[in-house]
Ligand binder design. Structure first.
Ligand code: CA
Length: 556
């Protein structure tokens, strides 16, 4: 017997079905490192737990995350609130709900300082009426409507610029069983400001003629909206929409099948609404967005405006989803059909790259390895995009600005010694495919095409050590391995960190490892005690710049 193959202190390797010191069992039955509660907080804030992971349902995943957040609040609640603000206010997450939920937890479970900080943060994190309703819904799970909470909600109505507030009251009427009327009655914001009083009066008593008149006198938006009620003639409606710069929400439904109405709305349409209504405006009924039309050019130009994207906090996942849906020419629910305009698909592509924070190229040799195993088919953050597709799109953000990037996809098995795992008879399963290979994708391709390439990859088991083994086998010089994965590795006979150390030893390159976590689970393949390894949360708009900062050596 070769005892050394079983136990050694030097030149050792351990099967992924056995733990290294500090590891914990992952959901796939392999072993990985647990992430700390703060990393997990960031994962939750950015990815949420909607839809769960491949292994864990939405409900247990939410409970796991909430327990981890509770520990963070116990440890340093003010830091939790600061983290929420950093993610939410910068628009780093595809959805704001996780931020509102964590803020509600902090406001309900935190000590006095934490609660104060959470209430003070409310206007920054709850920026729209809908956000406020979500918060009101969430917080009832953690506390009652005491004075502090009522004052915080009152302040939300008092602190916002009055014009902007009028828009919130018009656009977002109710959600989650809450309306502005309910919240105003509960919170009783007190003010001497006549404009604001008129606005509150109209919201609480929408059928009181006097209140309506007061609000209309003080706010053009409400004046215009009231004038538009009952108008059936499209050209008359267009005039009012233009004159009062009305948003779509102020327009009666029956007018929303008129091309002229959409044309008028488009002039002042916020970017979020524009992206949401691309399909509708491209239908043959509306016919506003057609190849070469003035409106199509305007939309394409607007989508490419970096400032506008930032200001509206348009998230890259929103753009990726919008492009995927728009290019197909059919709504997700299948009700609408349209002829997609190619210049708009291209503009969404450019917008995707622009919606990440700026990256400084490192000039280093980077291998980006995408986990395309079965578990990465899971949709992320409640979107229609698979984790593997999302990874590929993000990888291209790095690829677009770096000279020496090599992108591979991996699942499990290896093409140089498959017998090792399966003996001599060839099983009729996919693990016989090469476990890792270069992916034919580049930043010059359109993202919807890239997603098609990824969707065709072979899915199977997971071995996160393959990128390092592959680089060793092919004599590739790599300064940094960037692995997009859920860290549910289990298949290999060597742990990823051991493979990385072997690679460093063999090549003399102090190669770094960046693990981009694509779910809000609690695992990572990065050794928390190795300064050359780092965890990044997937689909954070700051992720590509954080990756390059780490590779360049400016952060740890
Ligand atoms: Ca997997």
């Amino acid at each position: 017997m070769d005892y050394r193959a079983v136990f050694a202190k030097k030149d050792t390797q351990t099967s992924q079905s056995e733990a290294l010191a500090g590891m914990t069992e992952n959901s796939a039955g392999g072993y990985a490192y647990p992430v700390n509660d703060w990393t997990r907080l960031n994962r939750f804030l950015i990815l949420g737990s909607e839809g769960g992971t491949y292994y864990v349902g939405q409900r247990p995943l939410t409970i796991e995350n909430a327990k981890s957040i509770e520990r963070c609040i116990d440890e340093d609640g003010v830091r939790v609130v600061e983290t929420v603000i950093a993610v939410s206010d910068e628009g780093r997450a595809p959805k704001n709900d996780p931020a509102l939920f964590v803020l509600a937890m902090a406001a309900g479970l935190g000590d006095e300082d934490t609660r104060k900080a959470a209430f003070a943060a409310l206007p920054k994190v709850a920026r729209t009426g809908t956000h406020l309703f979500h918060f009101a819904h969430f917080i009832e799970g953690f506390r009652g409507w005491g004075r502090g909470l009522r004052r915080a909600v009152a302040n939300w109505y008092l602190a916002m610029d009055a014009e902007r507030l009028s828009l919130q009251l018009v656009k977002y009427k109710q959600r989650d069983g809450w309306s502005h009327r309910d919240l105003l009655r509960l919170a009783h914001p007190k003010t001497e400001d006549a404009d604001r009083r008129a606005l509150f009066g109209w919201t609480v008593q929408p059928d009181n003629d006097n209140a309506v008149q007061q609000a209309a006198e003080n706010f053009r938006l409400i004046d215009g909206m009231i004038k538009l009620q009952g108008v059936t003639d499209a050209s008359a409606a267009v005039k009012i929409i233009r004159q009062y710069s009305l948003p779509r929400e102020a327009v009666p439904t029956k007018l929303l099948n008129e091309r002229g109405v959409w044309n008028a709305l488009l002039e002042d349409m916020p970017l979020t609404a524009m992206i949401r209504n691309l399909g509708k405006m491209s239908t043959s009924d509306i016919g506003l967005l057609t190849n070469g039309s003035k409106a199509a050019n305007y939309v394409a130009d607007t989508l490419r405006t970096k400032d506008a994207l930032r200001k509206a906090r348009i998230h890259p996942l929103t753009l990726l989803t919008a492009q995927k849906t728009y290019a197909v020419g059919r709504g997700l629910k299948g009700k609408l059909e349209w002829a997609p305009v190619s210049s708009i698909i291209d503009a969404l592509d450019d917008a995707f790259y622009k919606s990440f924070s700026n990256i400084e190229p490192t000039g280093k040799r980077i291998m980006i390895a995408l986990d395309v195993s079965g578990s990465m088919q899971q949709r992320i953050a409640g979107s229609a995009i698979m984790a593997s597709e999302a990874s590929a799109a993000m990888a291209l953000v790095t690829a677009a600005c770096e000279k020496h990037v090599h992108i591979v996809g991996f699942s499990a098995g290896d093409d140089w010694n498959p017998i090792k795992h399966f003996g001599k008879s060839k099983p009729a399963n996919r693990y016989w495919e090469p476990g890792i290979k270069p992916l034919p994708i580049s930043a010059k391709q359109r993202l919807d095409d890239v997603q098609k390439v990824i969707a065709q990859q072979t899915f199977g088991a997971t071995d996160c050590a393959l990128p390092m083994l592959y680089a060793m086998d092919k004599n590739l010089e790599v300064d940094a391995f960037v692995i997009y994965t859920d860290s549910e590795t289990w298949f290999g006979d060597i742990h990823p960190v051991e493979a990385l150390r072997k690679y460093r030893q063999k090549t003399g390159i102090a190669a770094k490892l960046v693990v981009v976590g694509m779910t809000s689970n609690g695992f990572t393949i990065a050794d928390p005690n190795d300064a050359g390894m780092m965890d990044i949360v997937g689909f954070d708009t700051a992720a590509p710049s954080m990756i390059s900062d780490f590779i360049r050596g400016e952060s740890q």
